[in-house]
Ligand binder design. Structure first.
Ligand SMILES: Cc1cc2nc3c(=O)[nH]c(=O)nc-3n(C[C@H](O)[C@H](O)[C@H](O)COP(=O)(O)OP(=O)(O)OC[C@H]3O[C@@H](n4cnc5c(N)ncnc54)[C@H](O)[C@@H]3O)c2cc1C
Ligand code: SF4
Ligand code: SF4
Length: 354
């Protein structure tokens, strides 16, 4: 019979759900997190409640993160990364490099584990790659990540050029997704729902704002999606089915010119906005290949870790499981469910040892 300790690599919402579920069931768990906080991306996002909850699940991510910090059976190794790996299911050995907290010094130590769960998450698309939209060049072109942080930290959004309240706001969907020309042919699944929720949040903060969501296809993810779109339309948020080809402006100018189609006449027009939000998609982590090579796990054509099927937690290496968005785009709810499904696979494997 092998070890029943579990090492989880990545302390985002998926890894945390693996850790809490296993620890609640009595297993000893180690979480290797390379940053200095748990929770991954989700704990930097904003509550999107307007007059009522808009079901973005960010508060659940906050709650679970706190629970993981406090759980007596979860040992968190912050500022840590895996440097080597060997063994077989029930008897793995990992060397980790771990910050001592003293003047950026590191020590190496060995952890033993019966199973490993990789939950290293995603990175968001670097909007500067879409040069035609001018992110990094025009201050009032921001990403949804910037918007999430502004609402989380300041509880409001203002133009970066002059601190004024933005009145004409555009969201561009599918930025860095569904675009084979940049090697990202997949739908990121989360950017339609988050853009709709964020646009409602802006509209409730700035009732006289004029918001247009430019899209190719709205991805109806989540069971409440049709209600979400309807509530946007009722608030006066407009949907334009075409993606702008270019943004023009001056770095510090409050006015941005957006080249797009007029859906009624079919003509190319330029419309003025004072804030453009780019709905960036999800990409595999830049260093995903490092862990793929270290553990011998396969990646799919885009670089996400390959499960045995669409939502599978099973990698091609026995005893090494996948959880959350490292395996492909998912929202917070799906990442939590995927984490719990990974636990079912781990316990099934442990049961087979006895
Ligand atoms: C702009 C934007 C807004 C969004 N808004 C919402 C929303 O409102 N609601 C919603 O449901 N979803 C939203 N999402 C999706 C949400 O961010 C994800 O579903 C969720 O964060 C996925 O969690 P995760 O644990 O899989 O990954 P992550 O959040 O990426 O966490 C992975 C963790 O692993 C760590 N890590 C990575 N590599 C290593 C390594 N080699 N060693 C050790 N640690 C490592 C990271 O530091 C991180 O802590 C949004 C996404 C975007 C892009
Ligand atoms: S689910 Fe989202 S909108 Fe609702 S209370 Fe939680 S954080 Fe706020
Ligand atoms: S979720 Fe919406 S914005 Fe995101 S890639 Fe899919 S269709 Fe495009």
């Amino acid at each position: 019979m092998g070890s029943k300790e579990v090492v989880i690599i990545g302390g985002g919402i998926a890894g945390i759900n693996v850790a809490i579920t296993l620890a609640d069931a009595g297993f000893a768990v180690h979480v290797i997190e390379r940053e200095t906080q748990l929770g991954g991306h989700a704990v930097n996002f904003a509550c999107k409640a307007t007059e009522k909850c808009n079901k973005c699940l960010v508060c659940l991510a906050d709650e679970d993160t706190l629970k993981a910090y406090q759980h007596p059976k979860i040992k968190v190794w912050m500022g840590s990364k895996v440097v080597s790996f060997s063994g077989k299911p029930g008897d793995f050995e990992l060397r980790i490099s771990h910050t001592t907290g003293k003047e950026s010094s590191f020590e190496e130590l060995t952890l033993k584990a019966g199973a490993i769960v990789i939950a290293t998450g995603y990175t968001f698309f670097n909007a500067e790659e879409k040069k035609e939209y001018g992110y990094g060049k025009y201050k009032n072109v921001i990403t949804a990540i910037d918007l999430e942080r502004a609402f989380r930290v300041d509880g409001k959004i203002r133009r970066l050029t002059d601190g004024a309240i933005p009145k004409k706001i555009a969201f561009f969907q599918c930025v860095g997704s569904r675009d084979e020309s940049i090697g990202r042919g997949y739908c990121s699944k989360v950017c339609c729902p988050y853009a709709l929720r964020l646009s409602k949040l802006i509209k409730s903060e700035i009732p006289d704002s004029n918001i247009t969501i430019f899209y190719m296809d709205i991805q109806p993810t989540g069971k409440d999606f049709s209600g979400l779109r309807k509530s946007c339309e009722e608030m006066g948020i407009k949907f334009a089915r075409n993606l702008p080809s270019k943004v023009y402006g001056y770095s510090d100018s409050g006015v941005l010119h957006v080249k797009c189609l007029d859906n009624e006449t079919g003509e190319v027009v330029q419309r003025e906005f004072d804030l453009v939000v780019l709905s960036v998609g999800m990409s595999p982590r830049d260093d995903a290949k490092f862990l793929a090579d270290l553990f011998g796990i396969d990646q799919d054509e885009y670089g996400f870790y390959k499960g045995r099927d669409y939502f599978s937690n099973l990698s091609n290496v026995p005893g090494v499981f996948l959880a959350g968005t490292c395996q492909g785009p998912k929202d917070i709810g799906e990442s939590m469910v995927h984490g719990k499904a990974a636990v079912a696979e781990v316990t099934k494997m442990f049961a087979s040892f006895s």
